[in-house]
Design a protein around this ligand. Structure first.
Ligand code: DLL
Length: 433
């Protein structure tokens, strides 16, 4: 199976643009009529739905932010009647209230289609057994992939996260060929498999659908080696729908956005001006068909670039580069912008340390400090003091040249950094602003 929905996934860019324009006109009219905060924002700049004539007019529309969702908590931005909403999900973020999203039956169907497309894009089919170890609940990971697997006609195994030993046993017994979880949990599963004495070749895994947190290509290689599967990046956010907003194809040169449903833009974080192909900035989405909570020019805070070049797979969905991080995850340390992913890239290249790390930022005597705790790889002993000291010096130097500032690197024993079954928490910022 090459595509789930060839007609839409491979539609010519010019045809798609027309379709996107038609959908945009409709959705703008709907939110103007049905969602007070949108009407107020548009009235404030004297913009009427009729001013939107094609997808090119999208730049005229005001942005939407997470704060808008919080200000209208819980259901104030919904466009559908409550009686038509059949599901809610929510995400917590780091501060403040939950952001709540609502789905009509049509929204759930579209989301399931996006996840079915994603499963086919990585190599799945009706014959697949899809082991879903993303959390089920308010988080969208579990239920999103679940409905996608069912829509495809594959077998969905709704394990959710936790009880890793049982997960491994079930994956083996049910001969799962697709594993869906966060990349950090995939590493944890691999470690537990080794502890249980189960070899990669005893499993039937072929493909991994990993996302919900930033991860690097180096981490991809590590997971692929440890679990003997091909690892794919899946992107999504609950505000837009959940997992399946974008997915890699077998050529792995960016993730194709399902842009018949979600229209992407990249804008400068500082000026909010649109940026061109290949330029890195903040990803912004407009949902073109959502009924429950349509979002217009929603600022995701995720930093990436768009790639409009044709892809060998035949899909025409615009591609996003790997997410470099979120602009609100970006640490500013002594004035320097640092993304945790830059540190991860260094750590993962070192064979004597494991890819478990934690970054602690603090401010001592008005100076920012950064400590990076990194686990030694299994089998590397602390008693070889000279070797450990040398390793520490090397990693400190490499992190220094990657991010431009010196971190205090602390090597800790294997297994001492807390493992995550969902999104990994890699940073503690103790500074008070
Ligand atoms: O994380 C949805 C999801 C579930 C995506 C399972 C993929 C797989 P939220 O909890 O709302 O939704 O978090 C969304 O997570 O804005 C990104 O910052 C981050 N994120 C999601 N996927 C990726 C990825 C789900 N592949 C936020 N790479 C997003 C990097 C990702 N960051």
């Amino acid at each position: 199976m090459d595509y789930y929905n060839k007609e839409m996934e491979c539609m010519s860019p010019s045809e798609k643009e027309v379709l996107q324009g038609e959908k945009l006109k409709k959705i703008v009219k709907t939110v103007y009529e049905r969602v007070k905060p949108y009407r107020e924002k548009m009235d404030a700049i004297k913009l009427k739905p009729e001013d939107i004539k094609s997808i090119k007019d999208i730049y005229k529309l005001p942005f939407t932010t997470k704060q808008d969702l919080r200000d209208n908590y819980p259901f104030g931005m919904f466009a559908a009647d409550k009686s038509d909403i059949i599901r809610v999900h929510a995400s917590s973020g780091t501060t403040g209230k939950l952001t709540v999203v609502g789905y009509t039956q049509k929204d759930i169907d579209i989301w399931a289609e996006c996840c079915a497309r994603a499963l086919v894009s990585v190599g799945g089919s009706r014959d697949s057994v899809v082991h879903i170890a993303y959390g089920y609940g308010l988080f969208t990971g579990g239920l999103g992939m679940h409905y996608g697997a069912e829509k495809l006609g594959a077998i969905a195994v709704p394990v959710s996260s936790g009880n890793t030993a049982r997960q491994i046993q079930l994956m083996k017994d049910f001969e799962a060929d697709i594993l869906c979880c966060t990349p950090s949990y995939a590493i944890y599963i691999a470690e537990e498999m080794a502890k249980m004495g189960i070899k990669e070749e005893e499993m039937s895994l072929k493909y991994g659908v990993f996302g919900a947190e930033p991860w690097t290509n180096e981490m991809r290689k590590e997971i692929e080696k440890k679990l003997r599967l091909k690892a794919f990046d899946i992107y999504g956010l609950s505000e837009i729908t959940g997992p399946g907003v974008a997915i890699e194809c077998k050529y792995q040169c960016g993730s194709h956005i399902q842009d018949d449903y979600f229209y992407p833009e990249i804008v400068s974080e500082d000026t909010l001006e649109p940026l061109g192909s290949g330029q890195k900035g903040e990803l912004v989405f407009t949902t073109l068909e959502k009924e429950g909570i349509p979002l217009i020019r929603y600022r995701t805070r995720d930093i990436t670039a768009l790639n409009y070049a044709p892809c060998q797979c035949g899909r025409t969905g615009v591609r996003i580069d790997r997410i470099a991080g979120r602009s609100d995850d970006m640490l500013i340390i002594r004035g320097v912008n640092v993304f945790p992913s830059q540190i991860e890239s260094v750590i993962i290249k070192e064979k004597d340390v494991a890819c478990h790390y934690h970054i602690t930022v603090d401010r001592v005597n008005n100076l920012d400090t950064m400590q990076v705790d990194i686990e030694l790889a299994e089998g590397v002993a602390f008693d070889e003091i000279k070797t450990v000291e040398k390793l520490k010096e090397r990693i400190t130097a490499e992190i220094g040249s990657a991010i431009g500032i010196t971190a205090n690197v602390k090597l800790v024993s294997s297994g001492s950094i807390a493992r995550s079954e969902g999104k990994a928490k890699r940073v503690t910022d103790k500074r008070k602003f």
